[in-house]
Design a protein around this ligand. Structure first.
Ligand code: SAM
Length: 287
């Protein structure tokens, strides 16, 4: 079938959610295909936690033991060129889906984040910040040939440059959360209750490293993000009732944070078992 015929076929396919609730919609399928069927400029915020292309026969340390990195077929690299082409396609679809006042957040490690940053620059996004999320008790490096990987990066960007900045940034709220001083791009996390909070505003680091036990009550995802990370992102860059999209939904962490904060959520994933898990999590928040 020609590319044109395929595009027509996709366009004709009705957009039927896999599941929905009062403030959320979940779709099963390829995020590029689906996002391109949504109306343009619909979302206030997109959070993307894409494949990091890590599942390539390597090893990591889990609970003190050597374990192979196997997160799923979706996480296998297809080579630098093909991985980059995929990145460009989903970023383009995000750019199309965002309102001019909206922003995109993308998480990643060195395995993917430079690829994402380069693609964003080429596509004309305006980079706003690169936030460092520090993981103080990251897994040790088994090979002892590298420093221990203990950070993830979050690129925050507007879909297009504009003469005057249009993006939402709840500056005062972030400042207040940081003890009255401007919040830096290395985050701490005032909500865990696990560390002493002096709110000194001196760039203390984000120290929560993993979802809490109750966040896995309905099951888990191999790369599940902590809800607190998404709460910070959503509070910083959206207002109440904002429309939020996650094109790599996973266990639906973005949706959980969105609903908790009174926003509306759309999630996309290839895998129905992750959408089932998400539905349980979102319905529990809605209750
Ligand atoms: C890194 S995980 C996201 C984890 C999520 N942030 C969480 O907290 O659970 C990426 C997810 O994207 C999905 N995925 C990968 N490629 C996709 C594609 N082309 N379209 C839709 N979903 C995709 C995978 O099934 C996986 O669940």
């Amino acid at each position: 079938m020609s590319a044109e015929a395929t595009a027509l076929k996709i366009a004709e396919r009705p957009l039927v959610p896999y599941a929905k609730g009062e403030a959320y919609r979940l779709y099963q399928g390829d995020s590029v295909e689906l996002m391109n069927q949504f109306p343009e400029q619909q979302f206030d915020l997109i959070f993307a936690d894409p494949p990091y292309f890590l599942s390539n026969g390597g090893f990591t340390c889990k609970s003190g033991k050597r374990a192979s990195v196997q997160k799923g077929a979706w996480d296998v690299s297809r080579g630098v060129e093909e991985d980059h082409a995929f990145t460009v396609e989903w970023l383009k679809a995000c750019q199309r889906a965002l309102k001019p006042t909206g922003t995109l957040w993308v998480s990643g490690t060195q395995h993917v984040i430079f690829n994402v940053g380069f693609a964003m620059q080429k596509l004309g996004f305006k980079l706003l910040n690169t936030v460092t999320w520090y993981k103080p008790n990251a897994s040790p490096n088994l090979s002892c040939r590298y420093f221990t990987h203990s950070t993830e990066l979050l690129i925050w960007a507007s879909p297009r440059p504009a003469k005057t900045l249009q993006h939402t940034f709840n500056y005062a709220r972030m400042k207040a959360e940081n003890g009255g001083k401007q919040m830096r791009d290395v985050w701490n996390l005032p909500r865990t209750g696990e560390e002493e909070l002096t709110a000194d505003g001196e760039g203390r680091m984000w120290t929560q490293i993993a979802p809490r036990r109750e966040e896995k009550a309905f099951g888990s995802h191999p790369t599940q993000k902590p809800v607190a990370l998404l709460e910070r992102i959503i509070e910083a860059s959206t207002d109440k009732d904002a429309a939020i999209l996650d094109p790599f939904n996973g266990s639906g962490t973005t949706g959980v944070a969105a609903l908790k904060l009174g926003r509306r959520y759309t999630g996309i994933d290839l895998d129905s078992k992750y959408l089932e898990l998400t539905k349980k999590r979102l319905d529990a928040v809605s209750r």
